[in-house]
Design a binder for this molecule. Structure first.
Ligand SMILES: [Zn+2]
Length: 320
């Protein structure tokens, strides 16, 4: 008997991306909607994505949803710095009312992505994996001894908010100098904005359509991949900050592999090379431990949705 598919939805800062996937994580259908900025709208959008995918593939065995921030064991999104209009949202209860008997699993988005990458992506077969996704912030997925590391409340892996500079820029979480203010996609855009200054000829600005407000990290990585010297200089600086957090985490977790995900990593090498160099300088006892590969994620923007679909399977999911 062919196992029924499951649906996974990944709620990002800009879009809700859903997939229907089979038991091996192969994508059967995909649908996306913009992410609304309020809780009621968010529930509507997730439900609409699930409904559309259900129409495409028929009967499903479960629904998984990944949302950014602190997600507890009841499926409530307690706190999410990068979706400021949303707090204490009972995602699991509100969606459960709509889906009836279909089993529902709500989890942290990067936890979902980490599970997908460790199961069938860039770290397939590895038992100790650290995933960092670079977007508006930095999401973390931790796999230890083959299982997701969740902590007492399900809140483990909020790696973007470890403070690396107490006098650094303010973070939407309320602290100053969180790691994601220095090593996320939005941090890279901020670095670029600072160095561009009044330079109207900047290649990074040109890639952003000439509009400062539209400048994103991807424009910097693309300019660096083309050889733009200013963008390449920024990659060295960015790679150091990224490596600083990764080295701190590696000292704690001792992973066998580090996976970097998020849109920035499409231009892979320009980020990974300076990061690997700095990581080697920063991690404890680099000469006295096995090399920890730092690799690009393999599942692209679908990693979180695929992981949510895998975690929604009645069997084979990592226990909560
Ligand atoms: Zn923070």
């Amino acid at each position: 008997v062919q196992a029924r598919p499951t649906i996974g939805v990944d709620v990002g800062g800009t879009k809700c991306l859903g997939v229907a996937a089979d038991a091996e994580g192969r994508v059967l259908a995909e649908h996306r909607l913009a992410t609304p900025d309020d809780g009621a709208g968010l529930i509507e959008s997730i439900a609409a994505v699930v409904h559309e995918l259900g129409r495409a593939v028929g009967d499903v065995a479960g629904v998984g949803v990944g949302v950014p921030g602190l997600v507890d064991g009841t499926g409530a999104l307690r706190f999410t710095p990068n979706l400021p209009g949303i707090r204490e949202l009972s995602v699991g209860a509100l969606l459960g009312e709509r889906f009836g008997d279909v089993p529902l699993h709500v989890d942290n988005d990067a936890t979902c992505a980490g599970w997908a990458e460790a199961t069938l992506g860039a770290a397939a077969g590895k038992r100790h994996v650290l995933l960092a996704t670079l977007g508006t912030g930095i999401g973390g997925g931790l796999v230890a001894d083959g299982r997701l590391l969740r902590g007492a409340n399900g809140f483990a892996g909020e790696i973007g908010h470890i403070v690396v500079d107490p006098s650094g820029p303010p973070c939407p979480c309320g602290q100053r100098g969180c790691w994601e203010r220095f090593a996320s996609g939005s941090a890279l855009a901020r670095f670029a904005d600072e160095v561009i200054g009044e330079d109207q000829t900047s290649r990074m600005l040109e890639l952003a359509g000439g509009r400062r407000a539209d400048l994103r990290g991807e424009h910097v990585t693309r300019a660096a991949a083309e050889g733009d010297p200013i963008a390449l200089g920024l990659m060295d600086r960015f790679g150091w900050w990224l490596a600083l957090g990764l080295a701190n985490l590696a000292n704690i977790l001792d992973p066998e592999c580090i996976v970097i995900g998020g849109g920035l990593i499409e231009s892979g090498g320009v980020i990974l090379e300076p990061t690997r160099r700095a990581f080697h300088e920063l991690v404890e006892g680099a000469e006295h431990r096995p090399d920890i590969p730092i690799v690009a994620a393999a599942l692209g923007e679908r990693a979180g949705a695929i992981g949510a679909a895998l975690l929604a399977r009645p069997t084979g999911a990592s226990p909560m």
